[in-house]
Design a protein around this ligand. Structure first.
Ligand code: MN
Ligand code: MN
Length: 334
């Protein structure tokens, strides 16, 4: 629990005040925190629909509805973790190499002074910066990656970096252990089938949607436990892993994806692992409707923070299975 006072929802309605993520305290230079939420407003790596630079704002705006306390949860995540919203990275909108370098430097500094980071994208190219920063702190990482695309594409249009390539660079740079990397939700059309071979040849486990239909949520949770237990794990979630019916507001939508419920069920395994970093990327609000994509991204972020608390054994052994509806709103609904 952070030392700063939180907004009391019993006194201030959830649509009021500056919208930090989940209305958590803001801190521009956080130190000694369990987790830091940071926006990465950048979309210079998008190959189709742009607009993910506005993702962090839209995700924060929808996140004010999330109390953290939940029916399956007992205590709220803001009662369990010292977590703050550190605002946004200031990234060059023009030069991709500059943006990735700026993000790497800033995220590395955040890791030096805090335990974990939740990055709100922005397009997926910034995950390379997050992996570089997390690797400096933790060494080669296991990865859980939800996405319609494997993002192991080679350079394209003369650009070395783009939103389809972060995991190829991460493998080439030795930031991740490809045999301890699981990609879930891969499907649809690809201009470069060799990019899947690139990943598979190095040991990456690719769970296509056909595989998902075979294995189900429980089977994939077992697979994740088998491949990533005992390793520092980075969790990267491209919102286009969800079907466009659940996440229309994104740059390269692909029908036939996961439901919101399947994603939220899957990531509950994260608390049984050793997660060290998280991102939720590729929300493009201009293509969204009624905020459903941003709200899903916010819910995923909230769930990841709760799972992080679980991984730190910060959640009481027997959390309440039901919310006490008679308790004071000022106590539970902040
Ligand atoms: Mn994608
Ligand atoms: Mn992606």
């Amino acid at each position: 629990m952070s030392s700063e006072p939180r907004i009391d929802t019993a006194l201030s309605p959830r649509y009021a005040q500056l919208p930090t993520f989940m209305r958590m305290p803001a801190a521009t230079d956080p130190r000694g925190r369990d987790a830091v939420v940071i926006g990465a407003p950048y979309d210079g790596g998008t190959s189709y629909r742009p607009g993910a630079r506005f993702g962090p704002r839209a995700i924060r705006a929808e996140s004010v509805l999330l109390h953290g306390v939940g029916v399956e949860r007992g205590p709220g995540v803001l009662d369990l973790l010292d977590v703050v919203d550190a605002g946004d990275l200031d990234l060059s909108p023009f030069a991709m190499e500059n943006a990735i370098d700026e993000a790497t430097t800033a995220l590395t500094a955040l890791y030096e002074h805090n335990r974990a980071i939740l990055m709100l994208g922005g397009d997926h190219s910034l995950t390379l910066a997050a992996l570089r920063a997390a690797h400096r702190e933790h060494g080669p990482l296991a990865v859980i990656h939800l996405d319609a695309h494997s993002d192991t594409y080679p350079p394209v249009y003369g650009g070395r970096y783009h939103h389809g390539t972060p995991f190829r660079h991460a493998i080439d740079e030795g930031l991740v252990q490809p045999q301890k990397m699981v990609q879930i939700g891969i499907r649809g059309h690809t201009p470069n089938p060799g990019s899947l071979s690139f990943a598979r040849d190095r040991g990456v486990v690719i769970v296509t949607m056909d595989d998902f239909d075979e294995l189900g949520t429980a089977g994939i949770k077992r697979l994740l436990l088998e491949h990533t237990t005992g390793q520092p794990v980075y969790v990267s979630i491209d919102v286009d892993a969800a079907d466009p019916a659940y996440a229309p507001g994104t740059g390269t939508p692909a029908p036939g994806g996961l439901t919101s419920r399947e994603i939220l069920a899957l990531i509950k395994v994260v608390g049984d692992l050793q997660p060290v970093g998280f991102d939720i990327v590729e929300v493009s609000p201009a293509y969204d409707h009624a905020g459903i994509t941003s709200l899903l991204a916010a819910e995923i972020g909230a769930e990841l923070l709760y799972q992080y608390a679980r991984s730190l054994d910060a959640v009481p052994a027997t959390p309440a299975l039901t919310v006490d509806h008679d308790s004071s709103p000022g106590r539970n609904n902040r």
